[in-house]
Design a protein around this ligand. Structure first.
Ligand SMILES: *Cc1c(COP(=O)(O)O)cnc(C)c1O
Length: 375
């Protein structure tokens, strides 16, 4: 059996090696390493794929979130509502910009922002909502948009884990995740569903004025060279990354399908196991399985991880400490929000290897070992 890894970017690369190598070679020969045709071509293909008017590439997903918040003109002290149950980048940039993160609950099935909790958290200082499509499952965007409209709030989607996901509104309208709110942000970190060979990110919007501001902020606050109108930053996608991402974008749907096929295998293997809850699949979107995350009930998580590790099967806890309990936010006592679902999930989530290159033998070995431990 091939060794089992949490992600296998190497095998994925080898399948399209020639195409990727040619694309990268071309950039090296052109010497257009910053911006240039490769970056423009990737932005265009991604915007066509997503059906969104503007794609502004940047250096990574964390920058994408930061630039999005800067472009909306949020001011220190403004409240930004976000789930606590997410990767730290979502909430860290809120703190970095001296905005106030307001942590809300997630739904115990979708692991995404709970609209009821969101509604309760809105105050006169609330300016924006940042739903996260966690593990590849879309947040309930229709309800979130409804609430945002009622209160005139911005919506920034953190789509770092769900690129290629399709969301369906109750009237039948379909949109790609990340193109539903005012701004969408994504990451091309190597292990993401569309991964570069290094860092990368992008920002999406259908709003022309916002797109201009975003592009300007990502480029030192200038729209004309050496004339800097606002304080921005330097956040660019390398041309080499853009060139290989253009190649990989063509395979994104097949990559997401391969992830779903692996998830289907696990679901079936664990279907009759009462102590494992398999990932919920919301009827309004397709899950693109950035992670395959089980909920354990009455199973010792550390012992399970050790048992798997002895058999050379990796596993992960995404994430062991929720945002509201991270020291960086300094919340304690009465300032610590009460998020029982988030805390409950944090103690029970358990992620198995999922990527595009898992074969039946590996999937059988992983699920077999999990079931053997549970007995
Ligand atoms: C990966 C990720 C980010 C940040 O992306 P980087 O490219 O690593 O900066 C943000 N939010 C979520 C939910 C992520 O998974």
């Amino acid at each position: 059996m091939r060794p089992i890894q949490m992600v296998d970017t190497k095998t994925q690369y080898l399948r399209i090696k020639q195409e990727v190598d040619d694309a990268v070679q071309q950039v090296m020969e052109s010497s257009a390493f910053i911006n240039g045709p490769a970056v423009a071509a990737f932005s265009q293909s991604l915007s066509a794929y997503l059906g969104v008017k503007h794609v502004i590439p940047c250096a990574n997903g964390t920058d994408a979130l930061q630039i999005a918040m800067m472009a909306l003109g949020l001011q220190p002290g403004d409240e930004v509502i976000t789930p606590s149950f997410t990767y730290i980048a979502t909430t860290e940039v809120i703190g970095l910009l001296r905005l106030k993160p307001v942590f809300v609950e997630v739904d115990q099935h979708t692991f995404c922002m709970d609209p009821a909790s969101l509604r309760k958290a809105i105050t006169l200082r609330t300016k924006a909502i940042v739903p996260v499509h966690l593990y590849g499952q879309s947040a309930p965007m229709e309800e979130i948009l409804q609430i945002a409209q009622e209160h005139n709030l911005f919506v920034i989607e953190d789509n770092a884990q769900a690129i290629g996901g399709r969301y369906q509104f109750s009237d039948g309208v379909k949109k790609m995740t990340g193109t539903i709110g005012h701004i969408g942000c994504t990451s091309f970190y190597p292990s993401k569903n569309l991964g570069a060979f290094g860092d990368g990110g992008a920002i999406f919007t259908n709003d022309d004025a916002l797109a201009n501001r975003i592009a300007m902020i990502a480029n030192h606050g200038q729209s004309k060279r050496y004339y800097h109108d606002v304080v921005g930053c330097n956040s660019r996608l390398d041309a080499i990354q853009a060139a290989l991402l253009s190649v990989k974008l063509k395979y994104l749907d097949s990559y997401n399908l391969a992830r779903k096929t692996a998830a289907d295998f696990y679901d079936q293997a664990f279907a009759s196991c009462a102590s494992l809850t398999t990932p919920y699949r919301a009827p309004y979107a397709d899950h693109v399985f950035h992670q395959y995350t089980l909920l354990l009930e009455g199973v010792d998580r550390d012992q399970l991880a050790a048992f798997l590790s002895e058999r050379q099967i990796p596993s992960m806890i995404y994430y062991p400490v929720p945002g509201h309990r991270q020291k960086m936010f300094g919340l304690s006592g009465t300032s610590l929000p009460d998020l029982p679902v988030t805390d409950w999930l944090t103690e029970r989530v358990f992620s198995l290897p999922i990527h595009t290159e898992l074969d039946q033998e590996q999937l059988a070995a992983i699920s077999g070992a999990v079931l053997e431990f549970i007995g």
